[in-house]
Design a protein around this ligand. Sequence first.
Ligand code: ATP
Ligand code: MG
Ligand code: MG
Length: 332
Amino acid sequence: NWDLILYVNLELVNKMSNRRFIVKDMLGQGTFGQVVKCWDTETNDYVAVKLNQKFDPDDKHNIVRMLDYLSFQNHLCIAFEMLGQNLYELLKRNQLRGLKVKYVRAFSKQILDAMVVMRDAGIIHCDLKPENILLAPSVATAAAVKVIDFGSACLEGKTVYSYIQSRYYRSPEVLLGYPYTTAIDMWSFGCIVAELFIGLPLFPGASEYDVLQRMMTILGGQPPDDLLREAKDTGRFFKHVGSIFPGSEAPDGIPSAYRFLSEEEIETRESKRPKVGKWYFPRLKLDRLIYNYPWNNSELTEETDRLALVDFLKGLLEFDPNKRWSPVQALF
Ligand code: ATP
Ligand code: MG
Ligand code: MG
């Protein structure tokens, strides 16, 4: 949606011209917006001003508002609208026993709404997790949330870093070192939805190996061979054993050419044993997990709600990024 972005930025440029900086020229296109050459009327010198790409200009899509910025002793300070607790704090306040289905559903919809906008702008957030979703002042007593922390975000097709996303919410393609897209945010979103319901992180691995092992146990199967073949770090977790190795298969039941390494093999390779995770969490299959938790409101949760939630999570927690649901697909 580059036309819109250009339009919004030109509007910004015009506003800026009325103030301290007079826009003289376009210097270039940065990752998140344009850089313009300006005359600084305070210092009487030329400066290069970077305009950040603005998305969700009308504050309709649950993304935190940036209000102002200032430079203080060479530190860039950004003023954001004041929001409430983050969702991890909210879960803790509920003794990590999960939220009621109506809140899980409402928050999920709002986060997805933000994700549609981000995807349209080609922005990958790269750090979606409960700490980065904040309660917003509620509209007419309905609970509301907003997405914050674009400090790790990047543009699709211009990805630079390979060590991204917080470990529990890290997608299979990032773990395996495979080129990533906005689909990695959908993986993190799936982890968040499950956590809001259960109350505890879904894949609280103490190491990347542990995270991947938990995914495979809980979701069943392993990442598809196409991904394992192309990814550059597959060897950190899998051994190539040739075609049709019984016991290793992708979720669709196709036998795999790769076998997940045993903990002993990992120990010798990475020379350190995965530590015991912070969370003593049962490694049940996803549907069992959703059926057995949360303890607090299990009686209040309709069986059809649980069935729908398992289906929803399976669309999000799909190993293959090309088959994983997009934000629009998940909304319907
Ligand atoms: P991280 O290491 O998680 O990436 P960070 O340095 O990028 O952190 P943020 O995630 O932007 O920083 O903010 C850290 C925490 O501060 C948030 O989890 C939240 O609890 C609080 N916080 C951030 N922005 C706001 C806001 N607008 N209103 C209220 N609290 C906020
Ligand atoms: Mg943060
Ligand atoms: Mg951050």
